[in-house]
Design a protein around this ligand. Structure first.
Ligand code: PLP
Length: 365
């Protein structure tokens, strides 16, 4: 007697089977490891954030406020707009998923620069949308004319990342304004500003002004980076009221926990301290970029809390091995280069020590 045929298990959609899988930054192997792979704040949580978390801990038997009313009010005050213009999610990656879910049917197109944030092609594929990648220019900036040319009748969303992760190169407000002027009004333009606090316009007043001119603009911001809440997952969109409402509808219910909401409100209240901390990273950035160039490396002018070294696969392997040996976690991108977060002066000095040995390494291009 033959064994009964084993029925085959359910198979995921082809688009899911084809996903690369999100590669998170490697975890530090010890407290000595310099964790420079995920662009987190290297500073400990603010005391008012810890107090807010402690105060909420006794309430975790309750669901959080699904509409995140207080948090949205705090964010609205933070950016000087009404709360109906704000949608929140469990990190801005989650908010971006809400965007794509709200605006893309299967087969619709999402246009973005490449290389950029790894989550973009994954979120597009999960939604059944088509990811359209437009290569960066040689100076590591967005090819805006190329992106405009890539827009078709199927394009529903265009993603701009400023400063771009992983290259650090920003788009100016004027560049975004001209771009918006040329994009069809029915295409949503998402400007991902995860690192805005490290730029020359840390409140993002330039892009906030563009919102008034362009109802098809959606700004994406996060408390994961300068605000130091990467582990709690709070991101938000600032958009027209209709777009924001659509993002609230496509959110996972109760996606932002009560602990996260309270911590985010506390962090927003400490804006001045957060900005001071970001200012120290910016000062270190100036020092690092100068020193790295003095050592003979080519690196673009970054306005983020990380630096970028373009490297083909041979050089990338050499660099990754050297950083590994120095117990420094950095993020390598096959075929493209390595991204190194900027942290405290001591960690940054460790990075410089590796890169000072320029003649140990091959050519960049
Ligand atoms: C880190 C980062 C985010 C933020 O992700 P969260 O989900 O908010 O932690 C968004 N966009 C870019 C480009 C980033 O680098």
């Amino acid at each position: 007697m033959s064994a009964p045929a084993v029925p085959s298990p359910p198979t995921p959609r082809a688009a899911v089977a084809a996903l690369p899988g999100y590669v998170a930054g490697r975890r530090a192997s010890s407290s000595e490891t310099a964790a420079l792979a995920s662009n987190e704040s290297h500073e400990p949580p603010l005391p008012e954030v810890l107090a807010a978390i402690a105060a909420q801990a006794g309430r975790v038997n309750r669901y959080p406020d699904m509409a995140a009313v207080e948090l949205r009010a705090a964010l609205a005050r933070h950016v000087g707009l009404e709360p109906d213009r704000i949608a929140v999610g469990a990190g801005s990656v989650s908010v971006l998923q809400q965007v794509i879910t709200a605006f893309c049917d299967a087969g619709d197109e999402v246009v973005f620069a490449w290389r950029s944030f790894e989550a973009y092609p994954i979120l597009a594929a999960v939604a059944g949308a088509r990811a359209v990648r437009v290569p960066l220019l040689a100076d590591e900036s967005h090819d805006l004319p190329g992106m405009l040319a890539a827009i078709t009748g199927r394009t529903r969303v265009v993603l701009l990342c400023s400063p771009n992760n992983p290259t650090g190169v920003p788009l100016s407000t004027d560049q975004v304004r001209s771009f918006l002027a040329a994009v069809p009004a029915g295409v949503l333009v998402v400007l991902d500003e995860a690192y805005v606090e490290y730029t020359a316009d840390p409140a993002g007043t330039g892009s906030l002004a563009l919102l008034a001119e362009h109802p098809n603009l959606c700004l994406l911001r996060t408390l994961s980076k300068a605000y130091g809440l990467a582990g709690l997952r709070v991101g938000y969109a600032i958009a027209g009221a209709g777009v924001a409402e659509a993002l609230r509808r496509t959110a996972v219910p109760f996606g932002v926990s009560g602990v996260a909401q309270a911590a985010a409100i506390a962090a927003l209240g400490a804006r001045a301290v957060v900005q001071e901390r970001a200012g120290r990273v910016v000062a270190e950035r100036t020092r690092l970029v100068r020193a790295i160039r003095d050592h003979g490396w080519e690196t673009p002018d970054t306005t983020a809390n990380f630096i970028w070294l373009r490297a083909g696969d041979d050089l990338l392997a050499e660099l990754m091995a050297a950083f590994d040996e120095a117990d420094i976690l950095v993020r390598g991108y096959a075929g493209d280069g390595v991204r190194i977060s900027i942290a405290d002066p001591a960690s940054n000095d460790l990075v410089l020590a590796v890169l000072a040995a320029r003649d140990r390494f091959g050519a960049q291009r």
